[in-house]
Ligand binder design. Structure first.
Ligand code: ADP
Ligand code: MG
Length: 312
C-alpha cells in the first residue's frame, strides 16, 4: 500500500460542515465563525517517551487526539478541525485500522473533523494540531487568577501515574484495580464540555498534563499570585486511596497525564454541571508560591515537582 492509498483508506472522509476543503489538497480551507477567535495547539507523542510500544493502537489513536483536545478544553474552545502528522516505521494495516478506529471514535464524539496532515516513513511519531474557536474576551487563559479565587479540579487525579508505576514494576495491583488506572492512562477524557461551560465563569484554567504542582504553578506564575492547596481534598480513586500515603501524594501532586482541568473562580459563583465532578482544592493567595497543606491546615512536606523533559 502506497502513501496516498494509506491516507485515502484510513484518514480521508467527505468534507464536514464548516470545512470547505479537507484532506486531499495542499491546504485545508476552514470557514471561520464571524467574530470568533481561532485557538490552535499542537502535541506530539513519541514512542517510548509518551507511550509504550505495546499499547493498543485504538487507545493510542484516542489518546493522541485526547491530549490535544484537552488543550482546547483548557481554553474553553469549541473544536473546529485537526491535522495529523504521522511517521510510521512500516505499513502495518492491523495497527493502522486500530489507530484510525480510536482516533475517529473520539473525533466523532467531539465533533472535530480531520482536515489534513502529513504521512512519512520513520520512527513511530504522532503529531496532532487542533484548531478551535471561542468568542473574543471569553478565552480561558492561565493569567486571570485573582486573590481570593477558589481553585477547582475536575474528575480524579493520579491514576495515570499509578498505572505507569505498575508498568515500571514498582507497584503491584490486582487485575480490576489495574484496569481502572490503566484506562485513566491510556484513555483520558478531554473535558471539552466543561471548558466551554466555564467561559465567563472561570478566571483562569489549565489542563493537567505534567502534574498538578507544575500546571497549577503555571497559573500562579502567569497570574502573579500564590495559592494554598489542600492535599486531603484532592479527588482520587479508591484504587489510589488504598496505596501508601507517600505514593498517593506523588501521583496526585506530580503524576501528570491526568488531562483534568484545574481552574480558578470567584467564591460563591455558580459552577456548571456537565456531569463531571468538580472538587474545590484550594484558594488563591497574595503571597507567591504554592503551599501544600492538609485538611487541618498544617504544612505538608513533599519535595515533589512536575515532569520536565529536559530537567536533570
Ligand atoms: P503535500 O505533498 O502537498 O504536502 P501530501 O502529499 O503530504 O501533500 O498529502 C496529501 C493530502 O493528504 C493533503 O491534503 C494532506 O493534508 C493529507 N494528509 C496527508 N497525511 C495525512 C494524514 N495522516 N491524515 C490526514 N490527512 C493527511
Ligand atoms: Mg506533505
Amino acid at each position: 500500500m502506497g502513501e496516498f492509498d494509506l491516507i485515502r483508506r484510513y484518514f480521508q472522509r467527505p468534507a464536514a460542515s464548516g470545512v470547505e476543503v479537507g484532506v486531499g489538497d495542499d491546504c485545508a480551507v476552514l470557514v471561520p465563525t464571524p467574530g470568533a477567535r481561532w485557538l490552535i495547539s499542537s502535541d506530539m507523542l513519541v514512542e517510548g517517551r509518551h507511550f509504550l510500544s505495546t499499547v493498543d493502537p485504538a487507545r493510542l489513536g484516542h489518546k493522541a487526539l485526547a491530549v490535544n483536545l484537552s488543550d482546547l478544553a483548557a481554553c474553553g474552545a469549541t473544536p473546529r478541525g485537526f491535522t495529523l502528522a504521522l511517521a510510521l516505521p512500516r505499513v502495518d494495516e492491523a495497527w493502522l485500522a486500530g489507530f484510525a478506529r480510536g482516533l475517529w471514535a473520539l473525533a466523532d464524539a467531539s465533533g472535530i473533523p480531520l482536515i489534513g496532515g502529513d504521512t512519512t516513513q520513520g520512527p513511530l511519531n504522532i503529531c496532532i494540531t487542533v484548531f478551535g474557536e471561542a468568542p473574543p474576551g471569553q478565552v480561558l487563559l492561565r493569567s486571570g487568577a485573582r486573590l481570593g479565587d477558589e481553585i477547582w479540579v475536575s474528575g480524579r487525579l493520579g491514576d495515570a501515574r499509578l498505572a505507569l508505576e505498575v508498568f515500571r514494576g514498582t507497584v503491584a495491583l490486582d487485575g480490576a484495580g489495574f484496569d481502572i488506572v490503566r484506562a485513566a492512562m491510556e484513555y483520558p477524557t478531554p473535558r471539552l464540555a466543561l471548558g466551554q461551560a466555564l467561559r465567563g465563569i472561570a478566571t483562569a484554567a489549565i489542563d493537567i498534563s505534567d502534574g498538578l504542582l507544575g500546571d497549577l504553578g503555571h497559573i500562579l506564575a502567569a497570574s502573579g499570585v500564590g495559592a494554598q492547596l489542600d492535599i486531603d481534598a484532592l479527588p482520587r480513586s479508591s484504587v489510589l486511596a488504598s496505596q501508601p500515603m507517600a505514593l498517593q501524594q506523588e501521583c496526585l501532586l506530580a503524576g501528570g497525564d491526568d488531562y483534568e482541568l484545574v481552574f480558578t473562580a470567584p467564591p460563591g459563583v455558580a459552577l456548571p454541571d456537565v456531569g463531571v465532578p468538580l472538587t474545590r482544592i484550594g484558594v488563591i493567595e497574595a503571597e507567591p508560591g504554592l503551599r501544600v497543606v492538609d485538611a487541618q491546615g498544617l504544612d505538608v512536606e513533599h519535595g515533589l515537582r512536575s515532569f520536565d523533559h529536559f530537567a536533570s
